[in-house]
Design a protein around this ligand. Structure first.
Ligand SMILES: Nc1nc2c(c(=O)[nH]1)N[C@H]1C(S)=C(S)[C@@H](COP(=O)(O)OP(=O)(O)OC[C@H]3O[C@@H](n4cnc5c(N)ncnc54)[C@H](O)[C@@H]3O)O[C@H]1N2
Ligand code: MOO
Length: 440
């Protein structure tokens, strides 16, 4: 971090949402590339140009189950006057040394099997009697039940052009061509191509390892009994899920009690597996808000550039925030407020882009759109704060769900969008236009 030193400081000095985000993104660097197995590279950004080592398909092959024949042998064939050919054998997918097809001959061929030498075209089995002598066939009989299908005679009822139903070598992609460009995000279709050209591993930026830990002595793990005054820890679950959704490998650490020394040692223990740390709670002004206290001296505090700075943002929810780096590797840490909606909204606005920046992605942000406010009453927003209200978006309209309270988890669970009310806007009338962040 941080641009803090260059900012004017004062007791009422609030950071804007954009300044805080810029500070985070100026600090977070894409992770170093590594070689990963294909499936481990899913969702990652490729950092090499991948060229095709062997053409696809690697050899001419049939696109149908049928008979490989010579064009002249089936010219003019019809149901009334079928071409009658001698079946010289089967060519199954994977055949290394397929039988030769001579004049007046046919080889029974399966989809994906190499076009045998001598053959010029393929007639689908439905254009033949399948060797059964009973008129047009609907398919072949299983080899295990009728091995004689690989010999005898076949009646062909239709002619075929040269190379009909033949997938030519290299018709998909040719050896030496660029298969995928550096910068490509590897989804299922790209992984299909890499596998098809025989790549077992690829060089990518890895998924960041994100450690999520919540703080608060009142927190109880879901599934256990609540004692008086206690609540269930929802933040660490929400943010771990959100981190996975953003593309990270996320580790949830059970809630840490409000004790600075415990929190400090817990964070130090977690540094080994963290590319990014996220804490929730303990960042406001209460006597038990220990995150600030603990984070002033995590790891090597003497290292230049280390340290977490706590600041207040001109936003609602999410006013109190901490950001900086900790430990010998200057691991970025975002300290989010404890209120559940505040922590989730903060995650969406700040942690998600940071995760995607670590991955080397270019699209860091959720899509946004303009929408018409569908509501019974005007929305109110405090002057000077950018407000993020929860809403449901459909067909160009957004409907608020729940109120502005940052404890309203049930309303959050119904929302699929954040309604953005800018700093200079104190109310939005029904029918007015607002910006919405689509949560996907
Ligand atoms: N005097 C002031 N009080 C508060 C201010 C302020 O400016 N002056 N800011 C308020 C705002 S805004 C927020 S946001 C919160 C932030 O507080 P902390 O980050 O210190 O969070 P906690 O006090 O630990 O908890 C707040 C709230 O959230 C509940 N919580 C915390 N962690 C979890 C969790 N993992 N799962 C579910 N719920 C959690 C906690 O029980 C509290 O109810 O400060 C305001 N106060
Ligand atoms: O600004 Mo705090 O984050 O509501 O509720």
């Amino acid at each position: 971090m941080s641009s803090a030193a260059t900012r004017p400081a004062g007791p009422d000095d609030l950071w804007s949402v954009d300044e805080h985000l810029d500070d985070i993104l100026a600090t977070v660097r894409p992770l170093e590339p590594i070689e990963l197995q294909l499936l481990d590279a899913q969702g990652c950004v490729l950092v090499e140009n991948v060229t095709v080592p062997v053409s696809l398909p690697p050899f001419d092959n049939s696109s149908m189950d049928g008979y490989a024949v010579r064009v002249a042998d089936v010219a003019g064939a019809s149901e009334e006057f079928p071409a009658v050919l001698e079946v010289v054998g089967d060519v199954a997918a994977g055949a290394a040394d397929p039988v030769r097809v001579g004049p007046g001959q046919a080889a029974r061929i399966m989809t994906g099997a190499p076009l045998p030498p001598g053959a010029e075209t393929v007639v689908p089995v439905e254009w033949t009697d399948g060797g059964l002598g009973e008129g047009p066939a609907s398919g072949m009989r299983a080899r295990s039940l009728a091995p004689e299908g690989a010999e005898g005679q076949v009646h062909v009822y239709r002619p075929a052009e040269a190379r009909a139903h033949v997938r030519a070598e290299g018709s998909d992609v040719r050896a030496g061509e660029l298969a995928l460009e550096a910068g490509t995000v590897l989804g299922a279709p790209q992984i299909a191509l890499l596998a098809a050209i025989g790549r077992g591993t690829v060089r990518v930026r890895p998924r960041p390892r994100v450690v999520v830990l919540s703080t608060g002595s009142e927190l109880v793990q879901p599934g256990e009994e609540l004692a008086p005054g206690q609540i269930y820890d929802s933040n660490s679950f929400a943010l771990t899920a959100a981190a996975r959704d953003a593309g990270a490998i996320a580790y949830r650490v059970g809630a840490v009690a409000d004790d600075a020394e415990t929190l400090r040692t817990t964070i130090e223990d977690q540094l080994i597996r963290a590319d990014l740390l996220v804490t929730t709670g303990g960042v406001s002004v209460g006597a038990y808000d220990v995150v600030k206290e603990a984070l002033s001296s995590v790891g090597d505090e003497d290292e230049a550039g280390s340290g977490v700075e706590f600041r207040r943002l001109a936003m609602q929810p999410g006013k109190p925030q901490g950001f900086g780096t900790v430990g010998p590797d200057h691991t970025p840490l975002l300290a989010l407020p404890g209120n559940p909606v505040s922590s989730y909204v903060s995650f969406e606005l700040f942690v998600r882009p940071a995760i995607r920046a670590l991955m080397g992605l270019t699209g860091l942000h959720r899509p946004r759109t303009r929408a018409t406010l569908k509501a019974d009453a005007a929305l109110r927003s405090p002057r000077g704060r950018r407000q993020f209200l929860r809403g449901r978006y459909a067909d160009g309209e957004v409907t608020p769900v729940g109120g502005a309270g940052s404890h309203l988890i049930a309303a959050l669970a119904k929302a699929d969008a954040l309604i953005v009310v800018p700093e200079d806007t104190e109310s939005v009338e029904p029918g007015g236009e607002v910006e919405v962040v689509l949560l996907g």
